[in-house]
Design a protein around this ligand. Structure first.
Ligand code: ZN
Length: 419
C-alpha cells in the first residue's frame, strides 16, 4: 500500500460513520474534517432561501431512530447503521401493524443481505431500510416505530477551498458530500479532492483552483445561484465521483463535448472508458445546464449505478481501495499538468527549419519528433494540446520539447492563456 493511498483511505474511514445529508450536523462535521486538512470557507444558506428554481429545505437532524418487532427485537436501528433510516424521515413515535409498516420499508430482493440507501428530501415521509431477508421474515403483530428527528428552519452548508493562481481564471473541482455511510459514492471523491488540494497548495499555479464540497443537486444549485459571476471565470472543471473502486478511471464528457477539459481527459483516460454527456448522473446536471453550460466533465472510476455495491451497505470502506484512490489522484495531477502547461507558442525562426544541432537540441535528450512538431505548429494558432493530438506524441513530450525550444530562444509566448 502506498503512503498516499493509505493517507487518502484514512479520510474515508474517519468520515464513514457520520450521518451526512443535504443539510444538518453530519454534513457540518464532514466539512470540519475537510477544514482540518485544507483551508475551507463554509457558507450556510438559510432554509427557505429561493435558489434558481428550488428552495432550500428545512434542516434535518437525527437523535435516534429504531424499529421494534412484536417480540421486542430491534430490527432496524440508526445507531447500528445510519442507512437504516430513510433520509429526511419525519418524527414518528407510535405502534403500527405489519401491513401499514410495510409501506414504509425499503429492501432489495435481489441483494437480500444489504441495506439500501433511500431518501425522501422533498416529500414528507418516514421509513426504514433493511435487508430483504429480515423484512421477509417479519411476522404479523404490532411494531413500535421510534423516529426522533427534527425538521426545522436551519441552513444548508457547503465548503469551498480556493487556491489563488497567477490569473483569476478558475479551475473548479466539485465533490458531493451528502451521502451518509457510503464510501465510494461520496467519501472517495472527498478524500481525493483533499489530496489534490494539498498537492496544489504547495505548487506554483497559473490558474486559480476552487474545490467545492456541497450536497448533491441542491448544494450545487445554491452555489450556482450565489456565484453566477464566478461561473463566468471557470475555464475548466471536473465533477469528482466514485474515485475509489477497483475499476479503471472513466470520464464523462461535458455538455459541450469537445471543451479543452474533454480533450485533456482524453490524453489521460483510456478512450474505451470515455462516455458522451448525458443530463443524468451527478452535479454535471447543474453545472452543464444550458444556462451555465460550464466546461465541466465528470471523472470517476465505476460510474454511479454501474457497480452492485452502489447505494447499499456494501459501499463501505473495504470496497474503496487505497491503490485506486492513489491512482485517481495521479490521474487528476496529470490532468492539472495539462491544464497548467497547455499554451500557445510562436516559432521565432519559422522560415525553413532552424538548425537544431548547432543549438544542442539533437543530443538525444529531447524527443526529436516532438521538437519538429512543436516548431512546425507553433504559429500562434495551435496550442500544445493541438500539437499533442495531431502528432500523436504524449503531451509530456510535447511540453518538454517546447520548454527546450524556449530555452534555445526558438519559441516565445504567443498568448498568455492556452485554449
Ligand atoms: Zn449517490
Amino acid at each position: 500500500m502506498t503512503e498516499i493511498g493509505a493517507k487518502l483511505h484514512a479520510h474515508v474511514v474517519e468520515l464513514y460513520p457520520l450521518c451526512r445529508s443535504i443539510t444538518g450536523d453530519g454534513l457540518r462535521a464532514t466539512l470540519r474534517h475537510i477544514a482540518a486538512a485544507i483551508p475551507l470557507h463554509v457558507t450556510e444558506v438559510p432554509s427557505g432561501t429561493q435558489v434558481l428554481d428550488w428552495q432550500v429545505p428545512p434542516e434535518w437532524n437525527v437523535r435516534d431512530a429504531w424499529l421494534e418487532a412484536p417480540d421486542g427485537r430491534r430490527i432496524a436501528d440508526f445507531a447500528r447503521h445510519n442507512l437504516h433510516l430513510l433520509q429526511y424521515s419525519e418524527p414518528v413515535d407510535r405502534v403500527v401493524g405489519r401491513a401499514e409498516l410495510d409501506a414504509h420499508l425499503h429492501s432489495l430482493p435481489d441483494q437480500p443481505d444489504l441495506i439500501p440507501y433511500r431518501t425522501s428530501y422533498y416529500a414528507r415521509d418516514w421509513g426504514f431500510c433493511l435487508p430483504h431477508r429480515t423484512r421477509a421474515a417479519l411476522p404479523e403483530g404490532d411494531y413500535r416505530v421510534h423516529i426522533n428527528t427534527t425538521l426545522a428552519p436551519g441552513s444548508l452548508s457547503y465548503g469551498e477551498c480556493v487556491l489563488p493562481g497567477e490569473t483569476a481564471e478558475e479551475v473548479l473541482f466539485s465533490a458531493h458530500c451528502c451521502h451518509p455511510s457510503l464510501a465510494n459514492d461520496n467519501l472517495a471523491s472527498i478524500a481525493v479532492a483533499i489530496g489534490l488540494a494539498q498537492h496544489l497548495a504547495e505548487r506554483r499555479r497559473r490558474y486559480t483552483y476552487r474545490f467545492l464540497f456541497a450536497p448533491g443537486t441542491i448544494g450545487a444549485i445554491c452555489w450556482l445561484a450565489a456565484n453566477r459571476d464566478a461561473a463566468s471565470r471557470i475555464r475548466h472543471g471536473l465533477v469528482l465521483t466514485c474515485l475509489g473502486d477497483p475499476a479503471a478511471p472513466s470520464y464523462k464528457r461535458s455538455r459541450r463535448g469537445n471543451a479543452p477539459i474533454d480533450r485533456y481527459a482524453a490524453q489521460v483516460v483510456d478512450g474505451a472508458r470515455i462516455h458522451p454527456f448525458s443530463p443524468t448522473g451527478y452535479d454535471e446536471r447543474q453545472f452543464c445546464s444550458p444556462g451555465f453550460d460550464l466546461p465541466m466533465g465528470c471523472l470517476m472510476r465505476s460510474p454511479g449505478g454501474a457497480f452492485p455495491q452502489y447505494h447499499t451497505s456494501a459501499d463501505n470502506p473495504d470496497f474503496v481501495r487505497p491503490a485506486a484512490l492513489a491512482d485517481s489522484l495521479d490521474v487528476l495531477i496529470r490532468i492539472v499538468d495539462l491544464i497548467e502547461h497547455d499554451r500557445h507558442w510562436q516559432n521565432t525562426a519559422p522560415h525553413g527549419e532552424p538548425q537544431l544541432g548547432r543549438r544542442g537540441l539533437y543530443d538525444g535528450a529531447a524527443d526529436r519528433l516532438a521538437l519538429l512538431w512543436v516548431l512546425n505548429l507553433s504559429d500562434g494558432r495551435h496550442s500544445l494540446l493541438d500539437i499533442a493530438e495531431r502528432s500523436g506524441r504524449p503531451f509530456a513530450a510535447v511540453r518538454d520539447a517546447a520548454a527546450a525550444l524556449e530555452r534555445a530562444g526558438l519559441l516565445v509566448t504567443a498568448c498568455a492563456s492556452g485554449a
